[in-house]
Ligand binder design. Sequence first.
Ligand code: PMP
Ligand code: G9A
Length: 402
Amino acid sequence: MDLQRLYSANMKNMKRSAIRELLKLANKPGLISFAGGLPDPGVFPLEAISQITAEVLAQEGDTALQYGLTAGEPRLRRALAKWGAAQGLNLTEENVIVTTASQQGLELISKMFLDPGDIVIVELPSYLGGLNAFTSYRANLVSIPLDDEGMKVDLLSDKLKELQGQGKMPKFIYVVPDFQNPAGVTMSTERRRQLLDLCYQYDLPLVEDTPYRELRFEGQAPPDLLKMDDKGHVISLHTFSKILFPGMRLGWTIAPREIIDKLELAKQSMDLCTPSFTQALVRRYMERGLLEPQIERIIGVYRKKRDAMLGSLDAYMPKVPGIHWTRPKGGLFLWVTLPKGIDTQKMFAQAVDRDVAYVIGSAFCADGSGENSMRLNFSFPTEEEITEGIRRLAETVKENLA
Ligand code: PMP
Ligand code: G9A
């Protein structure tokens, strides 16, 4: 059969995720992977989940194994609204839709807003899974560089003016404001304020994707964009993937009611509902007050791993101009920049020969740049693997400098 003739234009526009492809490498014996953003399985709360699973089956198996409502199990929606309210957000359960993790939130938002050729403003670099969701609906991505304080809003302001002049207003702006994936940086309070003001000025939705916000190792968190927004522009994506575990595929989106209603409509034809079973598990887990101590446990483990990675980079990386890396105060990732002329894609095979892997920087850059950069994940490898892996990586970099 000539399938090429049949594929939709959307299908033809889809790109394979470098992250997902790299997961296949994880089985190479001896390889130390700084690639995928995998949580440390050592922190998975197996005992509590196994106990709660038995309880759910015994006490509410009839509903937990049944189809559920598209917007989510009502008691979980309530629990999530309560969790948000405890953080100072002004919301009710009607502002919450449960999703099959936050990747589905990205897909639903794309489905809701994007026609072919529409513009989405993204950070440079940005989360690959977000970029791929938007381009699968044939959006044109316009990248705004970030620095240690997040998206450079002065450049955004210029770009919005330019696009308005061309009659090409974007559909929304997408940011990962907290411990950004891939760069590890957090948007400052001032930038958040300016970003929201631009959204108000140009009447644009702001999609904040914040899976890592709770995983802060030190310092004071800047205010939530959702909390700062008093005009209903922010759509906020959340997930249990990094604060509990990703195998359940459970997340939630907070937004004004009208948007929740459209997301529900878009979700009906996608998966009917998020699994009732995992929703019941997490609701009980939260009701029992287990989530907060679990987050504290994860923070303790990842802080040490972040320290191990920074310490090893300081110790092993060649000290030459042009090599630097971000120093994240939370999350799962940091971003390494190498001197111009080193191509991390070309270097990748050499790194894998030395049994160490990373994600190439260009995978996160919608404009094709980033060839001399890479993302390193520190949550998955052990501290010993981090030290050894960075030593191997530094050897590879030295070989390329020579
Ligand atoms: N957004 C960002 C910024 C992410 O880093 C990730 C996962 N690494 C996701 C969304 C998707 O996560 P999930 O679907 O597991 O919630
Ligand atoms: O495995 C995935 O695709 C989720 C993790 C994303 C990442 O590594 O950024």
